[in-house]
Design a protein around this ligand. Structure first.
Ligand code: FAD
Length: 469
């Protein structure tokens, strides 16, 4: 009579619905995590993300071992095999109940449904929990009980639900028995682990909470004014923890509630909590509109867009050789660190989908293959927003000019100089338009496309689509 907690995208012991529920029984509890390396490859997991997940799965195994809960690391190449591995573990360990927190990608949902059916045939009970969002999926609906597809009204209902319900956090469970010896994944057996850039954030749940506390203690007060300036490092950098569930959205919301509001921090706090709402919004979209996780556009009519096939331009974009300084600096930040600032994600995504007119799906997959915080719901949502194919999308005619964006959000060019050494010696504004002097710095490429012309062409293609529909 053993309970099993299957950890997936929720690598934490505190505020974890599945773990808390399993520990409420008097029976022994064990845990498992599936190393589905082939599936990770198919889902474009980056080395940075693989390393973060492996390190945190090991840290979780240690934390659980102290609570008397043994972690079993299971090998399975793909989701299909993970069902077999789970069923074997249940049989070998006399498991009667399996607990897990829901995930919302189509493959994940299919896997969980099939597993529940197969376990049911062996008299193992499955309990699943809606734990991924601050407000559980299905709870934020319009007056007509429909899902929202526009962020602002979603966020209003989202905030009202939290104000009304004041959800409490699940405490870290008490020990289930004497400590056990922690099991450990050997990172040398994991493909991609050793190709990761140096870790961006410290490992462990405690480190995530330290960062959250530090951010809310002061930087949050300046968040609204400074968050769009990549050289200022003014955002929380909590996304690696949130994307792998080392920290929950609910914990972020609850921690923000605890901060005494002052005239100085009020705006910043509200603005930051709104970002947690964006995270929930895109998860709710994935849940209600599963097509977005199957390479489909949220706006079906945009699937008729005739994207450029240019592989050369795509390669240049990936490598940060487009000849547009802010785009190149951003792409190099991504390639070197596994992370990119939010403003720059929008600029680079819009440049790829609107100026180069390359299919947003290629950009989405490339981001995923590099990001330490790669998260299907937010990545897809961000790409579809930028490409004007998504829910609350940027109108197709409102296209960022990446040079103007650079001048506005990196006014001194500090960020560009940090990542594009070819431009480091340029003084003042020249760093944003290195072609203006008539001679490009050595090694820096010419622009791939004319920004004005390509913008016009993109608008014309969207316009034509509109007329056809
Ligand atoms: P903060 O500004 O401190 O925000 C706090 C948290 O709120 C973030 O950690 C994140 O969980 C959430 N958040 C903030 N902005 C957004 C947003 N626009 N959409 C959804 N959630 C948000 N975020 C990911 O976590 N994973 C991705 O794969 C991802 N891909 C993106 C792709 C594109 C094209 C775009 C435009 C945005 C993408 N984002 C993604 C959203 C956003 O860029 C990052 O969440 C943010 O840059 C993370 O930095 P931070 O933790 O310092 O954020």
């Amino acid at each position: 009579m053993t309970h099993l907690v299957w950890f997936r995208n929720d690598l934490r012991t505190a505020d974890n619905a599945a773990l808390t529920a399993a520990c409420q029984s008097d029976q022994p509890v064990i845990a498992c995590f599936v190393l589905a390396q082939e599936q990770w490859r198919m889902h474009d997991w980056s080395p940075a993300r693989i390393r973060l997940v492996i390190d945190h799965a090991n840290a979780l195994a240690e934390a659980l071992a102290k609570l008397g809960i043994a972690m079993h690391f299971l090998e399975a190449q793909r989701f299909d095999d993970s069902q077999d591995a789970l069923i074997r573990l249940c049989r070998d360990q006399s498991v009667t109940t399996v607990h897990f927190n829901e995930e919302y990608g189509v493959n994940e949902r299919r896997r969980d449904k099939q597993l529940a059916q197969r376990l049911g045939e062996t008299d193992v009970t499955v309990h699943k929990y809606r734990d991924q969002c601050a407000v559980p999926v299905g709870q934020v609906l319009t007056g007509q009980n429909q899902p929202y597809s526009v962020f602002t009204p979603f966020s209003r209902t989202w905030r009202r639900w939290l104000d009304d319900q004041q959800p409490t956090l699940y405490p870290q469970p008490a020990a289930k028995g004497d400590p056990v010896t922690p099991s450990r994944i050997d990172p040398t057996t994991i493909a991609g682990y050793d190709q990761a850039p140096p870790p961006l954030v410290a490992t462990g749940e405690a480190a995530a909470h330290d960062r959250l506390e530090e951010f809310l203690a002061d930087p949050v007060a300046h968040y609204k004014q400074q968050r769009d300036f990549p050289a200022k490092d003014a955002t929380s950098l909590l996304s690696p923890y949130l994307a792998s569930g080392i920290l929950s959205g609910r914990q972020c919301w609850a921690a923000a509630q605890q901060v005494p509001a002052t005239a100085a921090n009020q705006e910043g706090l509200a603005c930051w909590v709104n970002e947690i709402a964006w995270r929930d919004f895109y998860i709710h979209i994935l849940y209600h509109f599963p097509r977005v996780s199957m390479n489909r556009a949220f706006k079906p009519e945009t699937e008729a867009l005739d994207w450029n096939p240019s592989t050369e331009h795509f390669e240049a974009w990936k490598e940060g050789r487009t000849g547009v300084p802010i785009v190149d600096a951003a792409m190099r930040q991504l390639n070197q660190t596994g992370w990119m600032h939010n403003r720059l994600r929008m600029i680079t995504a819009m440049y790829l989908s609107k100026n180069l007119f390359i299919d947003w799906r290629l950009g989405e997959a490339y981001f995923m293959s590099q990001l330490v915080d790669g998260f299907l719901a937010s990545n897809n949502g961000g790409w579809q927003w930028s490409a004007s194919t998504g829910t609350d999308a940027a109108p197709y005619f409102r296209i960022f000019n990446p040079v103007t964006q650079g001048e506005r959000f990196d006014p001194n060019g500090d960020f560009i100089r940090r990542y594009v050494p070819e431009l480091a010696a340029l003084e003042g504004d020249a760093v944003h338009q290195p072609w203006r002097s008539g001679k490009l710095p050595k090694g820096y490429p010419r622009q791939l496309v004319d920004l004005k012309e390509s913008r016009k062409e993109a608008i014309a293609r969207f316009q034509a689509l509109k007329e056809e529909n």
